[in-house]
Structure formats: structure tokens, C-alpha cells
Design a protein around this ligand. Sequence first.
Ligand SMILES: [Zn+2]
Length: 279
Amino acid sequence: MKKTQASLILISLLIAQSLFAQDDSDLHDPEQQRVAPFQVFDNLYYIGAEWVSSWLLVTDQGLIVFDAMYEGLTDLAIEGIRELGFDPDDVRYLIVSHAHYDHIGGALKFQQEFAAVTMMTEEDWAMTEQPPVFREYPKPIRHLSASDGATLNLGRTRLRFMKTPGHTPGVLSTIFTVYDNGYPHTAMLFGGDGINFTGVDRLQMYIDSVQRMQQLPDVEVHVSNHPMSGEIFERRDMLAQRQDGDPHPFVDPESWDAHLELRLRQAQQQLAQEQAASN
Ligand SMILES: [Zn+2]
């Protein structure tokens, strides 16, 4: 079971990589990328696109958005908030997982149009001072820096931050509680999951981050910031078919563990190759 899952993830990654290599215009086209927004838990909604996620967390004191996406995809997220019956003016915080265009590109828009207080790590705020890595984006105004172990409260909702560097120097991951018909589950958004970088130091950072996450005792829900790495749409379809008494398809601690294990092995393998090549 786990082996099959792991190889499926690997195949998906290979497909994604070949898509990137050929032509990425579909990625940036909002009409190709449109996904009908949907509810996942009592307090969590998907407002993202086909290839990159954006999430809406609803609290008793306003809204929290995880990741702004970019360009026309940001507009999809904002439309999604309205379609779900919420008001984007109520977005109090925008939590940005890392300073790559696909997560931070729309941050300035959330700041200017909805006065969303934006949170990222110090390391990734510093990245916004540098030339962008993959694609240009409007530079957001530097707001708050999240440090490892910090918390953020909004009403009765609490976010716990964890710095999980590797993918970028200051990847921000977040742990929070989601509710399934009132029943609480611990969710984690791993802010920088992809191993699309090289360098022994960065790989070692990534490995340390994954191993720290593996020590967390009770994560049950993987809130992935790219749908493919969390099988978001497969789970959405299962959720739509869910019968009374069925388990919630997003509550899947085994696949979270398997995912971390897979990433750990991939990073260790790449590290070994790079070390061998430099000797
Ligand atoms: Zn990235």
C-alpha cells in the first residue's frame, strides 16, 4: 500500500517536471487553472488552483489565507472567497509559506486591497530584496516575521509556526486545528515540500526539517501547498462521496508519514549523489 502510494507520488512528480520542461503557459492561465473552491473541514476551504494551493481558514474573528498564489490565480482565490460566501475584506492575515512567486506573487494585492497583515520568515523576507528566482512578482510590503515556535492567535484559533528550511532559506510551516463536524484534528501545512534545488548545505537543511517534522506526534492532516503532493483533488472527490460514518479522507496520518519518509529518502539520495560527485 505504502509502496504503491510512494511510486504514484514519484510518477506524479515526474509528470509535473516534464510539464514544466515543455511549456508552462497553462500554469499561468487562470482559465486553465480554475478549480471550483470547496470546503474541506468546518473551518478550512480550498481556494487554490490546479497546480498551486491557497487555503482559507475561518475563525470567529475573521479570515486567514495561506499563500496568495500570483497574477490571475490570485484573482481566482479572491473570487473563491466570495463564492464561498465570505468577504475578502475580512482577511486579517496572509501567511506566506515561502518567497517563490507562486506563493508570494499576490501578497501585495492582499495587502493593498484587503489590508491583510502578512507573515513570512525573516529569511524569506530577505529573499524579496534579491532578484526573484523563477518569475517576477510585485514586491510586498514587509510586515511580520514568524520565528520557529511562535504562535499567532486570532479569536479562538491558534497557529503554531515551525521553520522548515531547505526549499528556501526560511520555509514557514504551520500547525493548526481543523474540525470535522466539531471533531478536532491536527493539520500541518508543510511550506516547502519540493526538492527542486541543489547544494549540500540546502539538502542537509531540508533533511533536518523533514526529520523534525517526523518527530511531531500528532499530525493527521496534510494541508499541502501544491495539490499534487497531498492528493488534494482525489481526496476532494472522496469527500464528496462520503457517507455517514465514513472516515474523513483528508484525515490520513499514514500517508503524511509516508510522504515525509519519501521526501527524506529523495533528499538523502540526492545529498549522497552530490557528495559523491564533489569527492
Ligand atoms: Zn517554491
